[in-house]
Design a binder for this molecule. Sequence first.
Ligand code: UDP
Length: 237
Amino acid sequence: MTTPPFKRILLKLSGEVLMGENGLAIDPAVTARVAGEIAEAKAKGYELCVVVGGGNIFRGLAAAAKGFERATADYMGMLATVMNALAVQNALEQIGVDTRVQSAIPMAAVCEPFIRRRAERHLEKGRVVIFAAGVGSPFFTTDSGAALRAAELKCDALFKGTSVDGVYDADPKKVPEAKRYETVSYDTVLSNNLRVMDASAVALCRDNDIPIVVFNIREQGNLARVLAGEGISTIVQ
Ligand code: UDP
C-alpha cells in the first residue's frame, strides 16, 4: 500500500504505548525505543507533532465508574498526559532531538502553554512539539486533542500509533476471519462504530480532510515503514 507523501505529521501515542512488560506505567526502555522511532522520522525530514495520552496512568471515565467525580477524574487524566509528555521529551532529548512540550493547561514551571503560533515556529525550527493535557477540558480525550492540534497546525496526517496494525471490520481477537481495511472512509468508521478514535476526533479529521493512519507502534521500525508506504496500516480518509 502506498502512503501519500506527507510532510507534517501529528503522531498520537496512547499512554499504554509507554508501558513495559514489567508493569511500570512509564518504562524508560520502551519510551526510549518510541523516541528512537520519532528521531528517525525527524531525521528523514518530517515535521513532527506528538500528542501523548494518559491511559497508562489514569483514565477519567474508568475512575468515574469507581466513584470519582468525572470532571475531577478527567483533570487527573490530563495531568497524567503531562507526565507522559515529559517522559517522551526526556527520551528525545537524550538522543539529541530538540523538543518543546506545550500543555493545554498552563503549567509555567513545567512546560510552555499551548500557543499555536509558537508551536508553528518550533516546527519551522525543526523541533518536535509534544502537546500535553489534550484539549484542556474534561469530558474529552487525547484523541480529540490530537485531531484538534492536527487541524490547528495544518498537519497532513494524523498517525495513530496503537497496539493493533489497523482497522478491522470486526474485533480480530473475537472474530478470527475479521478483515483489515487498507483504506476506509470516515463515514464507515462512524456509522459502523469501528474502534479507531473517538467519534468527535474522527469527525474533526473528516471535516478538515486529515487522513488518519492507524498502525502498530509496538513493532520496531514500524513508524518509518508506514511513513515510507511500506508498512501495514489502515488509512481512514
Ligand atoms: N482527558 C480529558 N480531556 C482531554 C484529554 C484527556 O479529560 O482533552 C483525560 C480523560 O480523563 C482521559 C485521560 O485524560 O481518560 C487520559 O487520556 P486518554 O484516555 O485519551 O489517553 P490514552 O487512551 O490515549 O492513553
